[in-house]
Design a protein around this ligand. Structure first.
Ligand SMILES: Cc1cc2nc3c(=O)[nH]c(=O)nc-3n(C[C@H](O)[C@H](O)[C@H](O)COP(=O)(O)OP(=O)(O)OC[C@H]3O[C@@H](n4cnc5c(N)ncnc54)[C@H](O)[C@@H]3O)c2cc1C
Length: 382
């Protein structure tokens, strides 16, 4: 039997990016322990701000050609030159390879993984240059631009295409099941700093960080990443007549409808800032009915039954996700590698960015091995 000689890695964060990275590490031959304050199945798991609760998400990409120029503002020229050549294309690569993986799951493991294929309509009130010619039109099947005369009023651009819809609760549980059945371990603990992910008894020198805003050390003076607050209101509404997903980009956010496949839909409104937590669902439904007339079918909007409501404010990293290695020496002289894979806003790059994180873990492992060999050589000369 083949026994891997690869070491144990600790992955911090039990959500989409943590589990995806952990599964790919196990496939590569690493032993993996996941560290998190709560795990899927725990009563308090879905009540935290990290999770989209028992709802549905859909694949949508935020990567655009203008992302590259946005990055340019924040970086020095040589670093940026490298970034413009690689970062935006990497983003596109992360998102497109994730779409392909989720599509395959929807085709062959729809029931278990909670991923289904669905019709999607996307509308822009004020489209940008990128949105007029989206890079992803060749990734999603059936992409077509909606004719001007068929667009709802106040909208300048609209697409129709096919995408994947993710029942987040089912999908995260499915990822956890894969992880555990492949031999992964879980350790429940809330940590105050990343270095707490390893105790003195652990023979581990690689940590993968899949949590926003965790400093390496509690005393760290490093400023947290610049971020923007995004307020999301979501309602679960009984509306079996709505079978398509709809997303409307407004000037300060977006509104959406995702069907859940059980006769209910998710109705959402996402806006910058923190002052929208008391948004009125009737207003949101009224606006969305202009884009999805099916909402008014039957006895009209007033008769729609709202089953649940969540309001979440989350900080979104301005510079996009952080996927890179960091090497540190602890106060006790232990050399550690931290592979960061955090700061994502959505499921759209889970598989692509986690594949990149695995390559970084491999590089970190090779470097730590080389260090330890040179230390052994040094000692052998004594
Ligand atoms: C209301 C809402 C609606 C959304 N809708 C969509 C959508 O339609 N489409 C889409 O693609 N995405 C959507 N998202 C975003 C998507 O859910 C997130 O981008 C995704 O969950 C990010 O996952 P992540 O792996 O980066 O981890 P995070 O969400 O950052 O979770 C980190 C994990 O680490 C654990 N943890 C955190 N701190 C500690 C600590 N100190 N010690 C130990 N463990 C810790 C937490 O328990 C958590 O499990 C939505 C999110 C919300 C909240």
């Amino acid at each position: 039997m083949f026994t891997s000689t690869l070491p144990r890695v600790h992955v911090v964060g039990a959500n989409a990016y943590g589990y995806t990275t952990a599964i790919l590490l196990l496939l590569q031959g690493y032993k993996v322990t996941m560290i998190a304050s709560t795990f899927p199945g725990d009563p308090d798991y879905y009540s935290t701000t990290y999770h989209a609760d028992d709802t549905t998400s859909h694949w949508q990409t935020f990567a655009s050609i203008s992302d590259a120029s946005l990055q340019r503002k924040y970086n020095t020229w040589p670093a940026m030159l490298k970034l413009t050549l690689s970062f935006s294309t990497l983003d596109l690569e992360y998102d497109s390879s994730t779409f392909k993986m989720l599509w395959k799951l929807a085709k062959c493991k729809a029931v278990e993984s909670g991923i289904m294929i669905g019709d999607s309509f996307k509308y822009y009130q004020n489209p940008t240059e990128d949105q007029l010619n989206p890079w992803w039109k060749h990734i999603v099947p059936g992409f077509e631009i909606i004719q001007q005369q068929e667009l709802p009023k106040d909208v300048k651009l609209g697409y129709h295409y096919t995408t994947v819809l993710i029942n987040t609760k089912r999908y995260i549980s499915w990822l956890q099941t894969q992880f555990l059945s492949m031999g992964g371990r879980q350790r429940k603990t809330k940590i105050n700093k990343l270095l707490d992910a390893i105790t003195t008894q652990d023979h581990v020198n690689i940590i993968v960080n899949c949590v926003d805003d965790l400093q390496l050390e509690a005393s760290s003076t490093t400023q947290s990443d610049p971020s923007t607050k995004l307020c999301t209101n979501q309602w679960i509404v009984r509306a079996s007549q709505v079978r398509k997903s709809v997303n409307v980009k407004t000037k300060d956010g977006d509104m959406y409808i995702y069907p859940r496949g059980d006769g209910t839909i998710v109705v959402g409104s996402r806006r910058q800032g923190t002052s929208h937590s008391q948004e009125n669902p009737t207003d949101v439904l009224e606006t969305l009915s202009g884009y999805c007339p099916e909402l008014k079918w039957g006895k009209g909007l007033a008769s729609l039954e709202i089953i649940d409501h969540h309001s979440v404010v989350k900080s979104i990293r301005n510079h996009g996700p952080r996927i890179e290695n960091q090497f540190i020496v602890t106060p006790s002289g232990r050399k550690l590698a931290v592979t960061h894979n955090y700061g994502h806003n959505g499921y759209q790059s889970t598989w692509g960015s986690s594949k990149r994180a695995i390559r970084l873990v491999n590089e970190a492992h090779a470097r730590l091995e080389k260090d330890s060999q040179s230390m052994s050589e040094l000692l052998s000369h004594l």
